[in-house]
Design a protein around this ligand. Structure first.
Ligand code: KIV
Length: 275
């Protein structure tokens, strides 16, 4: 059955954990969806894990629409959330609505995600007013990497912790249906989860959030670049894939592949007429 924002609401009420994973293309979206995940995030992390940038700042609306379209073609049941890329909403509520609308109309996402709290509250309200479901994202917000001076845990100091709580409340009041809490201390995430009526989705925020999200390349160990402390490798798909690729190279070089079973036949009668 198709998951909706109601699924998120009910999960919070029933105490059922919400699952979210990233996907950026048709094949992976299909796999993740068939496994029964509640929600697929087409994260702007695609800038790093798919496009090879050092952060998410270079990701464009065209990149997001292109990948969201592919994900939507592979997804039957999961709620599809598309990230709004850097500078697609910070500039004005008008830009925010236009670009959120493009992710829904052209990308076929079901909802959009924006990074920030009170600083983007007018943008959030405008998108919600346009009848587009919004998920917030606070704590470590990677689009602010140049302000943070790196990818660091947020909310360890009093003022910063208070700010994250205020941002969470403001986002809830503005009408978001859930909030991603990235890289904040577990007890702060627990407190925010308890005071909000909407679900929190944690990434590096401990076990008390209402749901969890991870980047699939990290949790399947496909990504050989830096892997953050909060990531658990649920399997070593990277080794399996590397072994398969190496074996393919060897078998082609050694003339073992393709064997008879992987080739097509033609009647000798037809063949004889060719020469
Ligand atoms: O872009 C992304 O993948 C994200 C998750 C890390 C939450 O925003």
């Amino acid at each position: 059955m198709k998951k909706t924002v109601e699924t998120f609401k009910n999960a919070k009420q029933n105490g059922t954990k919400i699952t979210m994973l990233t996907a950026y293309d048709y094949t992976m979206a299909k796999m993740v969806d068939e496994c029964g995940v509640d929600s697929i995030l087409v994260g702007d992390s695609l800038g790093m894990v798919c496009l090879g940038y050092e952060n998410t700042l270079s990701v464009t609306m065209e990149d997001m629409i292109h990948h969201t379209k592919a994900v939507s073609r592979g997804t039957k049941n999961a709620l599809i959330i598309a990230d709004m890329p850097f500078m697609s909403y910070q500039t004005s509520p008008y830009d925010a609505v236009v670009n959120a609308g493009r992710l829904i109309k052209e990308g076929h996402a079901n909802a959009v995600k924006l990074e920030g709290g009170k600083n983007i509250i007018n943008q959030v309200k405008a998108i919600v007013d346009a009848q587009i479901p919004v998920i917030g994202h606070i704590g470590l917000t990677p689009q602010s990497v140049n302000v943070f001076g790196g990818f660091k845990v947020q909310g360890k100091e009093l003022e910063n912790a208070k700010k994250i709580i205020d941002d969470a409340k403001a986002l809830q009041d503005a009408g978001v249906f859930a909030i991603v809490l990235e890289c904040v201390p577990q007890k702060l995430a627990k407190h925010i989860t308890q005071i909000l009526s909407i679900p929190t989705i944690g990434i590096g925020a401990g076990a008390n959030c209402d749901g969890q999200v991870l980047v699939y390349q990290d949790m399947l160990k496909i990504n050989s670049d830096f892997v953050p402390k909060f990531v658990k490798s649920f399997c070593d798909a990277g080794t399996v894939m590397r072994d398969g690729i190496s074996q393919y190279i060897s078998e082609v070089k050694e003339k073992k592949f393709p064997s008879q079973e992987h080739t097509f036949a033609i009647d000798d009668e037809i063949l004889n007429k060719l020469y």
